[in-house]
Unconditional design. Structure first.
Length: 473
């Protein structure tokens, strides 16, 4: 009885994301382990939330009942349950079978099912209820990403006192594609429940505003959308970043430097070491990258004895067919390239299909002479920024024009991954560039990344949110 009368703990800052920053893994012997969740959202938001006394609402990554709320790194983690059917309909279905491919230029064909759509709405409501319960009077709720587009309006209906923001970590598609979505109006209305919507690029914010204009006949003036009830929402670009200093510091620790040297030694101290680091996703252009590298070996432009390539591919969304397909294509191609070109005991391509600790990632970045970031479409791509932060000196970045990062990192070797000849040329330009050219390019990119870090991004977002629908002064 006494317990019930205790005041419920509420938070001035609540963030809601599909996933918690840690993933609950149950081993066959029943042992439970919490691992860091995959993806750029967690990389970014984990550093933002460290030191702020806030709450993070999200799924534990495991179907079934939600674990009890718990504290980690100054944060209250508040698990939201998803049943096995909900994982398959809301997460694998509508989020990653409908929205993900649609928002990434339909690189694979999106599938639309009414059951998936119903689950998405139901789970967004569940997240809204959890946030309504946890947010303090007049507090701020910051909703993340494409899995929670209906949540802002659902939350506003319950808690009009809150400041509501939403950030899209992935692209927002042109209206010609967005209009394929059966639930298109509900999603736009869902987002318009927020006060401020942040996007990776100006083009994404423009696409959203254009969708409101064309599909809702809403009043759009500049970057503000106004609904008939008077509620106004501002939409603008606030490009995300990394904890740049933390990566720079990590890359200068003696342990990481020694490990970087060791990685090169294990590969036979190659003249050139190329690196790719991605979730194993069809948006990342891994197939195109391997095609280019394979042809360069084939033609003799690259010597497989002295130029090595490491591809790290984190397991992702493994139950979806499109992901099983890309995995088998990548693994077959790596096998072919090594079969055709590798010297005995010294594979030209080292393929690593697993997750690594941050220190090992930093060592890989530091060891690599050339970083290959070749997505066919990517909201930002934090890996590109991590590589830059890890390099104080030389190092070259081959970067797809179809990433958000390309708008900021103009001194990269920018390339169109669909054009295999152009991609091969960009790789060769990066490999053959003189050290003084590389150093000059790296200095400029580092200045950009070090001064536009994730803390600055979070402050920009929260300042915009506090001032919305006006522009912050
Ligand atoms: P996405 O969000 O689509 O996965 P990003 O490039 O924006 O892509 O972010 C990926 C994040 O995951 C980066 O912080 C990167 O360092 C990290 N990462 C990628 N692969 C691995 C891996 N195998 N082990 C550990 N971290 C990884
Ligand atoms: O921002 C890209 C993103 O899709 C995040 O939303 C997500 O957390 C991450 O990549 C990893 O994907 P998933 O959570 O589906 O494993």
């Amino acid at each position: 009885k006494e317990l019930c009368s205790l005041p419920k703990e509420t938070f001035d800052l609540v963030i809601a994301a599909n996933r918690l920053p840690v993933d609950r893994v149950v081993h066959p012997d029943g042992e439970v382990e919490w691992r860091r969740s995959p993806g750029g959202l967690v990389t970014a938001m984990e550093s933002v939330m460290r030191g702020r006394d806030g709450a993070w609402i999200g799924w534990s990554g495991d179907p079934g009942e939600a674990p009890e709320p718990f504290r980690e790194d100054d944060m209250q983690l508040h698990p939201v349950p998803l049943s096995a059917d909900e994982v398959s309909d809301y997460y694998e279905g509508f989020s990653n079978g409908s929205l993900w491919p649609l928002y990434h230029d339909v690189i694979v064909q999106p599938t639309f099912k009414r059951r998936w759509r119903a689950a998405y709405e139901r789970i967004n409501k569940r997240f809204a209820d959890a946030a309504a319960d946890l947010a303090a009077e007049g507090g701020t709720v910051w909703v993340q990403d494409y899995q929670l587009q209906e949540m802002p309006a659902m939350l506003r209906a319950q808690r009009p006192d809150l400041r509501l923001g939403w950030f899209n970590h992935i692209p927002f598609p042109p209206v010609e594609l967005f209009m394929q979505l059966p639930a298109r109006e509900s999603l736009l209305h869902g987002l318009l429940g927020a006060d401020f919507l942040g996007f990776q690029r100006k083009a994404d914010a423009y696409n959203f505003l254009n969708a409101c204009r064309q599909l809702l006949a809403a009043s759009v003036k500049g970057d503000v959308v106004r609904l008939p009830d008077g509620h106004a929402t501002r939409a603008a670009a606030v490009p995300i970043s990394i904890d740049a200093q933390a990566m720079a510091d990590l890359a200068t620790t003696p342990g990481v430097k020694a490990r970087a040297a060791e990685i090169r030694e294990q590969l036979g101290n190659p003249e050139h070491l190329m690196l790719g680091v991605d979730r194993l996703d069809y948006t990342k252009g891994i197939r195109h990258r391997l095609k280019a590298v394979g042809e360069l070996y084939q033609e003799g432009a690259l010597d497989p004895a002295t130029t090595k390539f490491i591809q790290v591919a984190t397991p992702s969304r493994e139950r979806l067919e499109a992901y099983q397909h890309i995995r088998s294509q990548v693994e077959r191609t790596v096998g072919q390239i090594n079969g055709d070109h590798s010297p005995i005991g010294a594979p030209a391509v080292t393929y690593l299909h697993r997750s690594f600790p941050r220190e090992e990632m930093a060592a890989l970045f530091l060891a690599a002479d050339v970083m290959l970031v070749t997505p066919l479409r990517d909201g930002m791509n934090l890996v590109a920024k991590e590589y830059i932060a890890a390099h104080d000196g030389t190092g070259a970045l081959v970067l797809s024009e179809f990433t958000g990062a390309a708008s900021e990192l103009k001194q990269a070797y920018l390339t169109n991954p669909h054009d295999i000849s152009a991609l091969k040329q960009s790789i060769m330009n990066a490999i053959q560039a003189p050290p003084d050219v590389l150093a000059r390019r790296m200095r400029a990119m580092r200045r950009q990344v070090m001064t536009h870090d994730v803390q600055r991004w979070a402050e920009d977002f929260l300042t915009n949110l506090a001032a919305a629908p006006e522009r912050p002064r």
